[in-house]
Ligand binder design. Structure first.
Ligand code: ZN
Length: 357
């Protein structure tokens, strides 16, 4: 199927006919070598009425597991299964992807984060042009929206959904968002009072469209089971929004956390991290060490809180300030350890293991 090439403003005028699936490439500019920056979009309109749901990935373009999941989801979508319209953007931060980078590195005077940049602007820096296109041209009129992530290049992430309460969301948006966050079906929901004011999710929420994000996986890689876990979440989201048939798949327990603790090295050297994503740890437990080149221990890092290990660093070269792992704070250790682990989560593994302590 050919993709129709359009400008952001032309895309806005496109009206999908019932029972159709269409591909678009939206031109937002050119790279320095003259090649076009084209945002891929798939629009699937069912024959039945229903909501407009936006699903995007690759806001942070190094998070390739999210891109893999969302492009596979869009390829499987059939208009016969859809009520309303599902608009899919498998890769949102196209210019950053060209550099295999989290953010587009050539924005000036500073690199802008599509996730937290305050505004979109069709005549601004490239990231602002992308943000404007996503919010005002592709996402405009959406009833619900989803931004799928994986994690930074240095780490592996246990699946979780996050909801940022920045104060800019209307109470009904907040309520619906929380409902959707639970329906997505990850075992951990991080509800954070704060969060940056800017970026796609914040702009969409501020406009009254309940929008959330979830993440799991590894940076730079798209290995299973993570794309399947993310696809499960996307399908659950679309079911809860009323755009796909069926009830969302729920895990045996869901833990809502409001705080996380980052375990950060104060020394530089080589790290050994002794915990895995999804593992419950208790206050005072050693989670990592930093050693020098004589193999002497420079620093032993203990968790100051009890909770579930969420993200673990995979890269051992560390300087002062390196984030070795983080802990979603909860005292529900017994429930967590006694739960029935979902089939896909059972398959989460890390290659190799840390040395014996
Ligand atoms: Zn991200």
């Amino acid at each position: 199927m050919d993709a129709k090439r359009v400008t952001p403003e032309e895309f806005k005028k496109e009206a999908a006919k019932p029972g159709t699936k269409s591909r678009f490439l939206i031109n937002v500019g050119e790279l320095s070598i003259g090649s076009e920056v084209l945002i891929p979009v798939v629009v699937v309109r069912g024959k039945k009425d229903g909501p407009k749901v936006y699903v995007g990935a690759g806001t942070h373009a190094e998070e390739t597991g999210s891109i893999e999941a969302v492009k596979r989801f869009s390829a499987q979508l059939n208009p016969d299964d859809v009520s309303g319209t599902i608009v899919v953007v498998p890769l949102q931060n196209v210019p950053a992807y060209a550099f295999r980078s989290r953010l587009y590195p050539l924005d000036a005077p500073t690199v802008a984060d599509l996730f937290g940049h305050p505004k979109g602007d069709l005549k601004g820096i490239l990231t602002e042009r992308v943000l404007f296109t996503l919010v005002e041209c592709i996402g405009t009129g959406a009833n619900f929206a989803l931004d799928v992530h994986s994690t930074h290049l240095d780490s592996i992430n246990y699946p979780f959904t996050f909801v940022f309460n920045t104060g800019a969301e209307a109470p009904d948006v907040q309520k619906k968002r929380l409902e959707l966050a639970r329906a997505v079906g990850n075992e951990i929901i991080w509800i954070n009072d704060g969060g940056s004011k800017g970026g796609f999710t914040w702009l969409m929420n501020s406009k009254g469209c309940p929008t959330l994000s979830f993440e799991s996986g590894e940076g730079w890689r798209n290995l299973e089971p993570f794309p399947s876990i993310l696809m499960r979440g996307v399908k659950n989201f679309c079911k809860a929004a009323g755009a796909l048939k069926g009830a969302p798949e729920k895990p045996s327990i869901q833990i809502e956390v409001t705080k996380r603790a980052e375990i950060i090295s104060s020394r530089g050297g080589m790290s050994n991290v002794y915990v895995k994503p999804g593992q419950y740890v208790s206050t005072g437990q050693v989670v990592a060490e930093v050693r020098d080149m004589f193999d002497d221990v420079l620093e032993e890092l203990k968790t100051p809180v009890s909770g579930i290990i969420q993200r673990v660093s995979l890269l051992p070269t560390v300087a002062t300030g390196a984030r070795l792992c983080n802990v979603s704070i909860t005292d529900k250790g017994k429930e967590w350890e006694g739960r029935t682990v979902p089939e896909l989560e059972k398959k989460i593994t890390m290659a190799g293991w840390a040395r014996q302590r």
